[in-house]
Design a protein around this ligand. Structure first.
Ligand code: UDP
Ligand code: MG
Length: 312
């Protein structure tokens, strides 16, 4: 059986349609499945719909968060709840075409692979600013951590082995896309065309995207801290040269002109120090986050038909 995990945040217009579409495709291809919907603290009627769907159909499991924890947490909650021999992650808005699941399933079933990774054949409709921003983000990630993720997506099939490996990773600040490639295993790719969103709009705001990018870059690399070290070395060299030239000028009796140098040096070093402190502070705040060891999410209820023990 495969578990299809669908994080849902304010998707009341999508959930039942998505479930219906996936159900049809799975049945047509004779794939045993369960649907694991994770309601990520939606403020609309998403949970009421999911709850009703889960009560009516034993192949649907509905997990409800106590508040919005973000898609990453929803993914991990889904992985933890899923009982399938493999898990597939897909978006609730059908931007990840469910037909591709069949393709992934066949590859997983007929070959000895553990992860089937969906890669974007094209990126669908995106505005220029978003496109530019994500290109820069993936360039940085690639430079810093060697993971090529431009065409990567969260649309993936993971064998139980890979799921268990992921669930054993203890960090609180997760980045599913990178973690699932970090765990290794035999990986196969399938390409899919990003579809138009069915109903509603994208949940990303510029602010949340920037936060996402910074978080993930710092989760997967300490390169920014190394940049600080390099800056430190560079300024040290510059100040050494300037220092020597000042002394030489002093000896030659031309030291009057030294005033600008002092100011330039002051500005330069203090700005670099502030910048470095900012970066170090950022890492410390992440260490703080991790060390608190809080759960990644809090579940309010789980609804599974014929499984009364777990429902509220
Ligand atoms: N999502 C979520 N929690 C959030 C934001 C989004 O579970 O805080 C879900 C959302 O319901 C959808 C998926 O993550 O199933 C992708 O979100 P969206 O379509 O807004 O992102 P985009 O496709 O624009 O990258
Ligand atoms: Mg979407």
């Amino acid at each position: 059986m495969i578990s299809i995990i669908i994080p849902s945040y304010n998707e009341e217009g999508n959930v039942s349609h998505t479930a219906e579409v996936v159900r049809k495709i799975m049945e047509k291809n004779n794939i045993p499945y369960e649907l694991v919907f994770v309601n990520d603290g939606s403020s609309d009627g998403t949970w009421e719909r999911l709850e009703a769907m889960a009560r009516a159909d034993e192949r649907i499991v509905a997990v409800n968060f106590s508040r919005n924890f973000g898609k990453e947490s929803a993914i991990f909650a889904g992985l933890e709840t899923a009982r399938g021999d493999a898990c597939v992650l897909m978006d609730c808005d059908l931007q990840h075409p469910p037909e591709t699941i069949v393709e992934m399933y066949k590859i997983w079933k007929n070959n000895d692979v553990d992860i089937v990774e969906g890669r974007k054949a094209d990126r669908g409709k995106e505005n220029k600013a978003y496109r530019g921003f994500s290109l820069l983000f993936y360039k940085l990630i690639k430079k810093a951590s060697g993971l090529d993720m431009d065409a990567a997506s969260d649309f993936k099939l993971l064998d139980r082995r890979a799921v268990d490996a992921l669930l054993r990773m203890p960090e609180r600040l997760t980045f599913f896309r990178a973690m699932s490639s970090w765990v290794g295993f035999k990986t196969e790719k399938v390409f899919f065309e990003v579809q138009e969103r069915e109903v509603g709009e994208s949940k990303w705001t510029t602010r949340s995207l920037i936060k996402f990018a910074i978080n993930n870059i710092t989760s997967f690399t300490s390169a920014p801290m190394q940049i600080v070290t390099v800056c430190g070395i560079l300024t040290f060299i510059v100040s050494l040269i300037m220092g020597i030239s000042t002394i030489v000028q002093k000896i030659l009796g031309e030291s009057d002109a030294g005033f600008p140098t002092v100011i330039v040096l002051q500005l330069l070093t203090s700005s670099i120090i502030m910048f470095s402190l900012g970066i170090i502070g950022f890492y410390i705040s992440k260490i703080y986050e991790e060390i608190k060891n809080r759960p990644r999410y809090i579940i309010r209820d789980i609804v599974r038909k014929n499984d009364e023990g777990e429902s509220k």
